[in-house]
Design a binder for this molecule. Structure first.
Ligand SMILES: C[C@@](CO)(OP(=O)(O)O)[C@H](O)COP(=O)(O)OP(=O)(O)OC[C@H]1O[C@@H](n2ccc(N)nc2=O)[C@H](O)[C@@H]1O
Ligand SMILES: Nc1ncnc2c1ncn2[C@@H]1O[C@H](COP(=O)(O)OP(=O)(O)O)[C@@H](O)[C@H]1O
Length: 308
């Protein structure tokens, strides 16, 4: 189940329900959590770092608060069964890193549970599959704004709170380097800091619009154009809460990254490289500079969550 980076995160005014209106261009990258779901006497969640991964999983809940457990509950309720499953999560996506690892685990669990409980529901529903991918994306939106994209994958434009998706046309593969940070950032805290800074500056948030330059760069596979078009309205807030990220971004740009930004609410920073070979070089240089907890490499776009 892939991680994501936001190629454009346009944050508009705060809505009555407390969410912000967004233009959120999601891009799924080849950094995967692995989730297995098996029948069990009762709902159970186990979380560990994936083999060869140094992800710190201590902050991840192993009870009903885990997004994967909530996903199992929501599918069970829809199909009229009990959520009696053991969910095992092997994490390679940084936790609370702005790469939507929890959403990836939730998407995987939605798909796995729908498949596991499909037989019973088919008896009720005839030849129709129990739940289509669209149904699962709808259920996912109840779990979190990023979950529908984790089901869909690829590259997509999200509006509303980020849950209403349209796939974007892309050409080719893009190569990324990610610099993780020690300790996560809370998504609500970063949105609140963005509001605080705007209020302090007396700025009224305008409704965000999709960047045409970004869409053209994606459709034509123009890496330089993509690098120039990367934007994140939460970046200033993430930097305000974690000033050390400025040095991380500067270091990557200094080593020749053709674009750099904080991924979503951070603190992971994303760097675009011209080619795979340049990504390897950039990752080595970043590693040597010692400004990141961990340096990871990935490519995108990749498909969304899938049952194997
Ligand atoms: C910022 C983004 C960018 O993709 O993700 P991360 O970088 O954290 O992974 C998303 O907008 C996060 O999506 P997700 O993590 O699913 O958030 P949710 O559970 O829906 O909401 C958590 C909290 O974030 C804030 N929130 C979220 C979405 C939105 N459009 N406006 C908001 O203000 C609200 O404070 C909300 O209570
Ligand atoms: N399966 C899960 N994996 C990771 N975090 C989870 C999960 N379920 C719930 N959480 C909680 O959600 C928070 C944010 O998770 P995550 O999706 O990793 O980051 P982000 O929202 O920054 O992309 C974590 O700090 C953790 O408390």
């Amino acid at each position: 189940m892939p991680a994501k980076v936001n190629l454009q995160l346009g944050v508009g005014p705060i809505r009555d329900d407390g969410y912000h209106d967004l233009v959120n261009v999601f891009h799924a990258v080849s950094l995967f959590d692995e989730v297995t779901v098996e029948p069990a006497p009762e709902l159970e969640v186990r979380v560990q770092a994936a083999p060869y991964s140094r992800v710190r999983v201590d902050g991840v809940p192993v009870d009903g608060d885990n997004l994967a457990a909530k996903a199992a509950g929501i599918v069970a309720a829809r199909l009229g069964v009990e959520p009696r499953v053991a969910i095992r999560i092997r994490k390679a996506i940084p936790v609370a890193g702005g790469m939507a690892g929890g959403s990836a685990d939730a998407a995987a669990t939605l798909i796995a549970c729908a498949r596991l409980w499909d037989d019973r529901s088919q008896a009720v529903a005839g030849d129709q599959p129990a739940l289509t991918r669209d149904d699962l994306m709808e259920l996912g939106a109840e779990l979190g704004s990023d979950v529908p994209f984790a089901v869909l994958g690829g590259t997509a434009v999200g509006v509303g709170r980020g849950e209403r998706l349209t796939p974007a046309l892309t050409r080719g593969t893009f190569h990324w380097v990610f610099a993780t940070a020690d300790g996560g950032l809370s998504t609500p805290a970063v949105y609140a800091e963005c509001d605080r800074i705007r209020a302090e500056m007396g700025e009224a948030a305008a409704p965000p619009r999709v960047s045409e330059g970004l869409m053209t760069a994606l459709a034509t596979g123009d890496v330089q154009g993509l690098g120039a078009a990367l934007t994140n309205d939460l970046q200033e807030a993430a930097l305000s809460l974690r000033p050390s990220l400025a040095e991380v971004l500067d270091t990557g740009l200094g080593f020749g990254a053709i674009g750099a930004l904080v991924s979503g609410s951070g603190p992971t920073c994303a760097f675009l490289a011209e080619t795979e070979a340049e990504a390897v070089e950039l990752a080595e240089s970043m590693d040597g500079a010692g400004v990141a907890e961990q340096v990871l490499r990935a490519h995108g776009p990749v498909p969304g969550a899938a049952a194997l």
